[in-house]
Design a protein around this ligand. Structure first.
Ligand SMILES: Nc1ncnc2c1ncn2[C@@H]1O[C@H](COP(=O)(O)O)[C@@H](OP(=O)(O)O)[C@H]1O
Ligand SMILES: [Mg+2]
Length: 244
């Protein structure tokens, strides 16, 4: 099994576990989100440790250690991204399984169990035609101020959605053109989405245009831009103009 086949199989199985919990009717709200975060994390961590015992691991739901910092290959996972939306039984949540190699988002899979999809970096599909008026996906609960301002400056339309993975995959799937996030996230929120987005020919960078670097000691990732390549220059320039 290749690394990407493993990532996709993990995301698919993790998605079924999360859906089974969601559909059981035995839990709801925050307790359901907590239970699924932990159950899915246990599955992913044990499966990765068994399949790739020499690799490092960084998970939102496991205590971080320095072990991963000495590793070239590190799995970066978010068992449930968009836990709030999962807890509300919405479909905009995701499972993230990525492999960073030498700090680069080398490969990954993003599961969208709510719509029965797993997107992966080894099977890119051609991008759909972009809308002329750009659609910017932003957080449902905390839309980034810069994204709202850039949308106004470029005449774009805001589309509110939960989960970094669901938003990035909306761009991959042709439902939006731009995902701009400032105000911070963690590496697990975007490593797999970025690996899948890059494989589909999208632009992905920090908002100053520099590359996204993973497996840093601090899991914090201050900002990111994932978008259609034709929008990258304009959006980066608008963000720079905002802070000038
Ligand atoms: N300012 C911030 N600080 C920390 N995490 C943030 C953040 N903004 C977004 N995130 C994380 O990014 C993911 C997507 O957020 P959103 O849906 O608001 O766009 C969520 O992950 P989790 O659901 O895994 O916690 C959320 O916690
Ligand atoms: Mg997350």
């Amino acid at each position: 099994m290749t690394d990407t086949e493993l990532a996709a199989a993990l995301a698919a199985t993790a998605g079924r576990i999360a859906l089974e919990i969601q559909r059981s009717g035995l839990l709801s709200g925050k307790p359901m989100g907590d239970a699924a975060d932990k159950a899915v994390n246990q599955f992913l961590v044990h499966a990765i440790r068994q399949a790739r015992p020499d690799d490092g691991l960084l998970s939102e739901e496991s205590k971080d250690t320095e072990e991963r910092l000495g590793k070239e290959r590190v799995w970066i996972i978010d068992p449930i991204d968009g836990t709030r939306e999962y807890s509300e039984a919405r479909s905009d949540w995701a499972i993230h399984v990525a492999l960073a190699v030498g700090g680069e988002p080398a490969l990954g899979a993003v599961g969208l169990p709510g719509i029965d999809l797993v997107l992966r970096s080894d099977r890119p599909k051609p991008l759909a035609a972009a809308e002329e008026r750009p659609r910017l996906v932003v957080s449902r609960t905390r839309p980034a101020k810069e994204a709202v301002e850039v949308a106004e400056r470029i005449g774009g339309e805001l589309v509110a959605m939960g989960s970094a993975g669901a938003k990035a995959m909306a761009v991959v799937r042709g439902e939006a053109e731009i995902y701009l996030h400032t105000g911070g996230q963690h590496q697990w929120d975007n490593c797999a989405p970025v690996a899948v987005a890059l494989a589909h020919g999208l632009h992905a960078s920090r908002v100053d245009g520099s590359p996204l670097v993973y497996n840093e000691a601090d899991s914090w990732m201050p900002d990111l831009l994932i978008c259609r390549p034709e929008w990258a220059g304009r959006v980066l320039a608008e963000v720079a103009a905002l802070s000038a």
